[in-house]
Design a protein around this ligand. Structure first.
Ligand SMILES: [Zn+2]
Length: 326
């Protein structure tokens, strides 16, 4: 992401601040959300406005008022029910399918930006050849290159014990890290083009628990970068992230075709959700909870969280790479 792109984002964010505040502060007591007109929706869509405040006109259950796909089938996140998880064909080698990054030790260069919903790392697309991390061996997409593009964190409101978006047999974790990748082919050479294609995006979900010791790559990213971008619109640039170091060592994951968990809820995403959680330390968790929104000093993650509720509409065929078909 270049300086120009960052400036464009900042300008856009500045414009949507008043809308977001009116959205978040739409009432002081719970009530039925007011109707949203076509013009208001068009503006919300243009500036990608949505909320996790349950009293807001654009609370998660209301997103589909402006973003139709959010009410469609194959939405994410889901509760992975183990008794319905299917086996995976393992290919010629008859070994489980593992995903891996080319240049394991290389770091992606990018920026952290507090966008009012999370503090997200985005890569500088122009630097793919020099710093980019490319994900390989995605189930059903063997041979395809998926370029690492974004990383962000999800937690629940008020320090919730189940702030992860996905669940396993109803069990949530303290939070979840998401890493987004776009498909790169001869024709698809940018994030925008790659993300429009069928199977154009791969999202990796990694659960985390909270422990005393700060020692993971997630801790390093939060303590080194997120801490300095805790105020709304703040950017930490440059930043360097290595998604290889975040993947749980046992490589066990579930995979299914789902959607973005934020509007516009596009359904061209291959999800890879790891079974084994990683950890972040209490200090890191407190930094996530203290992230501030457009309202001065308002800790939006502590108050509202940023975990979309479980979606159950439509079927999602979940497979596990550690369950081999005989
Ligand atoms: Zn996410």
């Amino acid at each position: 992401m270049g300086t120009l792109t960052i400036l464009t984002i900042l300008t856009t964010l500045r414009f949507l601040v008043p809308m977001l505040i009116s959205c978040v502060n739409s009432s002081s007591t719970p009530r039925r959300p007011a109707r949203l007109g076509t013009a208001a929706c068009a503006q919300f869509r243009e500036h990608h406005v949505f909320s996790y405040d349950l009293r807001s006109r654009l609370a998660p259950g209301q997103w589909s008022r402006c973003y139709k796909e959010c009410n469609g089938p194959h939405q994410s996140p889901i509760d992975i029910r183990l008794n319905s998880v299917q086996c995976m064909e393992s290919g010629e080698e008859e070994s489980p399918i593992y995903v891996w990054y080319r240049r394991h030790h290389g770091y992606a260069r990018g920026s952290f930006l507090n966008n009012g919903h999370s503090c997200a790392f985005s890569t500088h697309n122009g630097d793919v050849r020099t710093y980019g991390k490319v994900l390989r061996n995605v189930p059903g997409q063997e041979g395809a290159d998926y370029v690492f593009s974004e990383l962000h964190f999800h937690i629940g409101a008020n320090g919730s014990r189940s702030g992860s978006e996905h669940r396993i047999n109803g069990k949530g974790f303290r939070g979840e890290i998401h890493m987004v990748h776009w498909k790169k082919t001869e024709e698809l050479r940018t994030y925008e083009k790659g993300s429009e294609a069928t199977d154009g995006l791969v999202a990796i979900g990694i659960f985390f628990n909270v422990v005393r010791r700060c020692h993971t790559e997630a801790d390093r990213l939060i303590l080194k970068y997120v801490y300095h971008a805790r105020r709304y619109e703040a950017v930490k640039d440059p930043a360097f992230a290595n998604p290889s170091l975040l993947l749980p060592a046992d490589g066990m994951f579930y995979t299914y075709k789902g959607s973005k968990t934020t509007p516009p809820c596009n359904t061209n995403i291959i999800w890879i959700v790891y079974n084994t959680p990683t950890t972040i330390c209490h200090r890191s968790y407190r930094i996530l909870m203290a992230l501030q929104s457009a309202e001065i000093g308002h800790p939006f993650l502590r108050t509202f969280g940023n975990d979309r509720p479980i979606q159950s509409k439509g079927t999602n065929n979940v497979q596990a790479n550690f369950l081999r078909c005989d």
